[in-house]
Write a protein that binds this ligand. Structure first.
Ligand SMILES: NC(=O)c1ccc[n+]([C@@H]2O[C@H](COP(=O)([O-])OP(=O)(O)OC[C@H]3O[C@@H](n4cnc5c(N)ncnc54)[C@H](OP(=O)(O)O)[C@@H]3O)[C@@H](O)[C@H]2O)c1
Length: 178
């Protein structure tokens, strides 16, 4: 039986746990980035390809070479100003009903207030990263908290949850520690 295939852009850093979570659930992942991550060699169902956001068409072509079918899921954490170009370049590789999970974060501005609209005409779920309160102070989310929050949002999207803005951690008050 062919495994479902997902595309995770920006998936080799703080989203590595999300990639591993999908891999453990039987998904075949394609993960483009500039540098080969160590985890991509761990399992055959995580395929890394070289891709740079500055060159979206080349990135999409590299991803397409690894695609066995239209992708059933896109998870993307692409920084501005590359976001539109990269997402539009990979859109033709997605199944028509594939959910898009976009991750959004900003340390300098209020992430909820600066959340951009969806780029693609797909059911788009936005995951907005906040912070955690720790006693009287605040701290940023850990890599595990981020990965798990994005994984939960993606699994909910695949289970048919309607597109939504999902907050990971605390977003109010902003800025943290105010
Ligand atoms: N709210 C919170 O609690 C919280 C916590 C931590 C971080 N953050 C924020 O999260 C943001 C992300 O941090 P980060 O960049 O260090 O994340 P990261 O997850 O470590 O790396 C970003 C991912 O994108 C890829 N990437 C980056 N630039 C690329 C490019 N030009 N072309 C192709 N792929 C590229 C990286 O792979 P390659 O490098 O191999 O290309 C990696 O897969 C930061 O703005 C940080 O402030 C927020």
């Amino acid at each position: 039986m062919r495994m479902p295939q997902g595309l995770v852009i920006g998936g080799t850093g703080m989203l590595a746990g999300t990639v591993r979570g999908f891999s453990a659930r039987g998904w075949d992942l394609v993960v483009p980035s500039r540098r080969r991550p160590r985890f991509a060699t761990d399992g055959e169902n995580v395929r890394w390809v070289r891709g740079e956001w500055d060159f979206p068409a080349e990135l999409a072509a590299a991803v397409a070479r690894e695609a066995t079918a239209p992708f059933g899921l896109l998870v993307a954490w692409v920084h501005t100003p590359h976001r539109d170009g990269v997402l539009k370049a990979v859109q033709p590789l997605l199944a028509p009903d594939a959910p898009v999970i976009e991750v959004w974060s900003s340390a300098s501005q209020d992430p909820l207030a600066t959340l951009p609209p969806a780029v693609l005409d797909h059911p788009t779920h936005r995951v907005v990263l906040g912070y955690q309160r720790s006693g009287r102070s605040a701290r940023w989310l850990t890599t595990t908290e981020i990965s798990e929050g994005v994984l939960a949002a993606a699994l909910a999207a695949l289970a048919g949850a309607p597109p939504a803005v999902r907050e990971v951690g605390v977003l109010r008050p902003w800025p943290p520690g105010r």
